[in-house]
Design a protein around this ligand. Structure first.
Ligand code: RIB
Length: 309
C-alpha cells in the first residue's frame, strides 16, 4: 500500500441534539436541563471522522435529507477532507437526527430517528462499486437497512475487501449474513442483542464472544468501556487493557474506537496493538462534550499513547 489506507464507510449520518441533564420529565411535566449541544453525528459519519482524524483517506456512502441538515452534513464531510461524492440528498426525506441525553457521570441515552438513512439501498452501494473496490477496509453499522449491510458484506467478500461491522444499535441479525465480515465489533448491549446471552461482566463477554464464533463469525471484539476490549478468534480470547480516564461525555466513544481501529489495522498494524491504540483513542474522546467534536487529533493521540502507563 502506498500512502494512507483508504477506508470507505457505508452508513449513517445524523445531527445530534445533546441535552445534559440528570433528571427526566414525567408525562405532562417541564423541567430544566443543564446544557445543550448541537453537532454532527451518526455512527457511520462519526467513524468516518475518527478514521480521517487519524490520517486515513476516507470516503462516505450515505443518504441525508432534503432539509437544513442535509447540505450542512455534506459540507461537514467536505470540510474534514472526507470524500462525500456518494452522500446523496434524498428528496422528501428528513435527515437522521438523534436526541441524546447525557447525565453527570457522562453516560448517554440515545434515540435515533433514521430518516434518510433508511433510504440507503443496495442500488446505492452498487452505484459506488468503483469506490468500494479501491477500499482497504469497508466499515458498516446498523443505522441503515439491514439488506444494504448484507449486500455490502457480500460485495466485499466477493472482491476480497476487508470489512468491519459495528452491529449498532443492537438488534437481531442474520448471523449467517454477517459471517462475511472480517470483524464484528459490538459493545456489551449489542453483544447481548446479537447472541441472546447476558453480557454483564468479562466472563459474560468471553462466553458471548466464543458462542458467536461457534455460530460462524470470524473475529469478534467486544468493547467494554472501562474494562478495555475483549478480542476473540479461533485461537481463543484475550482482553486488551483499557486507558483510564474520567469521562465527561461517552457519546461516540464506540465510534471513535471503530474508526481509529479501522485506520490502525488497515494501515498495517498488528491486531492487538491496533485494539490497544483504539482503546486510547476512544477514551480520549470521552473527555469533551459531543460526538465528532470530542474526537482528538493524531498529535493528541500520540502524546497520550507515548505517555500511557
Ligand atoms: O454512537 C453515537 C451516535 O449514535 C450519535 O452520534 C447518534 O447520532 C447515534 O447515531
Amino acid at each position: 500500500m502506498s500512502g494512507p489506507p483508504h477506508i470507505v464507510v457505508v452508513g449513517s449520518a445524523n445531527v445530534d441534539l445533546t441535552t445534559f441533564t440528570d433528571d427526566f420529565p414525567r408525562p405532562g411535566e417541564t423541567i430544566f436541563g443543564r446544557a445543550f449541544h448541537l453537532g454532527f453525528g451518526g455512527k457511520g459519519a462519526n467513524q468516518a471522522v475518527a478514521a480521517r482524524l487519524c490520517g486515513a483517506r476516507v470516503s462516505m456512502v450515505a443518504r441525508v435529507g432534503d432539509d437544513l441538515f442535509g447540505p450542512a452534513t455534506i459540507a461537514n464531510f467536505e470540510a474534514r477532507g472526507i470524500d462525500a461524492r456518494h452522500v446523496l440528498i434524498t428528496p422528501g426525506a428528513s435527515s437522521g437526527v438523534a436526541p441524546i441525553f447525557v447525565d453527570r457521570s457522562g453516560q448517554n441515552r440515545i434515540l435515533v430517528v433514521k430518516g434518510a438513512n433508511d433510504r440507503l439501498l443496495p442500488a446505492d452501494v452498487d452505484a459506488a462499486a468503483e469506490l468500494l473496490l479501491s477500499a482497504d477496509c469497508i466499515v458498516l453499522q446498523l443505522e441503515i437497512p439491514l439488506e444494504t449491510v448484507y449486500h455490502t458484506l457480500r460485495f466485499a467478500r466477493r472482491h476480497g475487501i476487508r470489512t468491519i461491522l459495528n452491529p449498532a444499535p443492537g438488534q437481531a441479525l442474520s448471523l449467517a449474513e454477517v459471517a462475511d465480515a472480517d470483524y464484528v465489533i459490538p459493545n456489551e448491549t449489542e453483544a447481548e442483542a446479537l447472541s441472546g446471552m447476558p453480557v454483564r461482566n468479562l466472563d459474560g463477554a468471553r462466553a458471548c464472544a466464543l458462542a458467536l464464533l461457534e455460530r460462524g463469525l470470524r473475529r469478534v471484539i467486544v468493547t467494554l468501556g472501562a474494562y478495555g476490549a475483549l478480542c476473540a478468534g479461533p485461537e481463543g480470547c484475550r482482553q486488551v487493557a483499557p486507558y483510564a480516564v474520567e469521562p465527561v461525555d461517552t457519546t461516540g466513544a464506540g465510534d471513535a474506537f471503530i474508526g481509529s481501529f479501522a485506520f490502525f489495522l488497515a494501515g498495517g498494524g498488528v491486531e492487538e496493538e491496533a485494539i490497544a491504540r483504539a482503546n486510547v483513542y476512544a477514551a480520549l474522546s470521552t473527555l469533551a462534550a459531543g460526538t465528532q467534536t470530542s474526537f482528538v487529533t493524531m498529535e493528541r493521540f500520540e502524546a497520550a499513547w507515548a505517555g500511557r502507563g
